[in-house]
Design a protein around this ligand. Sequence first.
Ligand code: NAD
Length: 497
Amino acid sequence: MSVIPHLINGELVTENGRAVDVFNPSTGQAIHKLPLASRETIQHAIDAAKAAFPAWRNTPPAKRAQVMFRFKQLLEQNEARISQLISEEHGKTLEDAAGELKRGIENVEFACAAPEILKGEYSRNVGPNIDAWSDFQPLGVVAGITPFNFPAMVPLWMYPLAIVCGNCFILKPSERDPSSTLLIAQLLLEAGLPKGVLSVVHGDKTAVDALIDAPEVKALSFVGSTPIAEYIYAEGTKRGKRVQALGGAKNHAVLMPDADLDNAVSALMGAAYGSCGERCMAISVAVCVGDQVADALVAKLVPQIKALKIGAGTSCGLDMGPLVTGQARDKVSGYVEDGVAAGATLVVDGRGLSVAGHEEGFFLGGCLFDNVTPDMRIYKEEIFGPVLCVVRVNSLEEAMQLINDHEYGNGTCIFTRDGEAARLFCDEIEVGMVGVNVPLPVPVAYHSFGGWKRSLFGDLHAYGPDGVRFYTRRKAITQRWPQRASHEASQFAFPSL
Ligand code: NAD
């Protein structure tokens, strides 16, 4: 079993101490050992970042962008290798892995615009012979903590932008599927990034707490589950850090009576069961307006769920792979049991699925519940698995109330042909990312990503324009150059025009 190293100050380093196994979820076998960083190892990465910062901060943005252009090229050249690593450790299909990488590369493309996005703002003649401008300066050493479900894309939401803004970055990826994350970081160094500007340290709570405690770390970006997001936001802000912490989700799709049902069903299949439901933007609740829509939806979904092609993620042409760990599979199965006990109708039961040749893999088939009600745990909590819940309501207003009352507000969508209904939905729904006939409305890299309510703690969303604001601080400079030397009398009144 190979040991996955940290990447600190441009070097691959191993550490003797606590370690965990990394599994291939399709076989159920442990394939790597992963060291869990001690506080000393985290400090080593911080020291390297601190040492690299002065030179990197003064590197022209256009030069920083040139590194990102080369990085993009390397990512594209290595797509197959990266997708294979993602699939081997996460379990998602190769096509899905390639898709997440492409969405990650979008963020590198956005970062290539560094000279444009860091231009600042300028006003001439704000007073007599006085000009003013706002400069966007880096924060220094910043850190990111990322989840297992997008080992390539979510880190790429963070460090390309943080780095082109002039910061040095420490990444603490998920301990479940770190190999693709590490390879991608190595490609950035190969693209010409000076050592120390990006380090990758593996670890658990000890590593995260060391990053929270370190006074040198000025900002933390977190993506993961809500309890940890809330913890990192509270502890980080208490220490005066800038924190954006993105959490969990329960994403509803509303089906109106006039929806194009066949297309809505196709969209729901991908959005609910793609990546085994392990996406923070996965649709996990279908809210049907009227029994007629609900009956028709369930009738169309059942054969498609039963026909899902499920197998080892690294095989081609599949719809779904396994869940990430045996623990995750058992947790999702537990929710299915809970839903049955609470009185929901289990229309398709994916439990007990065995994949020939991969009997030890962490597989679970697609599950569908009908007649789910808002008091049930399967409705209230994030399941993070291939389980879709159908809730029946009588009106769009009732559907919207349901969504607005939910503690999460990450993504949502409406399927309709009615522009008035869609507009009302977009205006009034209390969710950060909204789709109209688009099931996974993940914003492109030049917008920003973030939920509302308990799906995001902090003021700024991830990547795009909000990301630039998050990773820079504004400095406003007011400058006067008198045209000729002349004595100016003191002014005791507050300066004004
Ligand atoms: P997680 O919260 O278990 O782990 C996320 C990160 O936090 C990992 O790096 C992990 O090592 C670290 N961590 C775990 N326990 C910790 C602790 N006690 N103290 C400090 N750090 C700790 O999440 P996960 O299971 O890896 O990912 C799935 C979750 O992430 C889901 O809830 C999903 O909705 C969410 N997610 C949200 C978004 C979003 O944009 N809102 C995107 C992707 C995933």
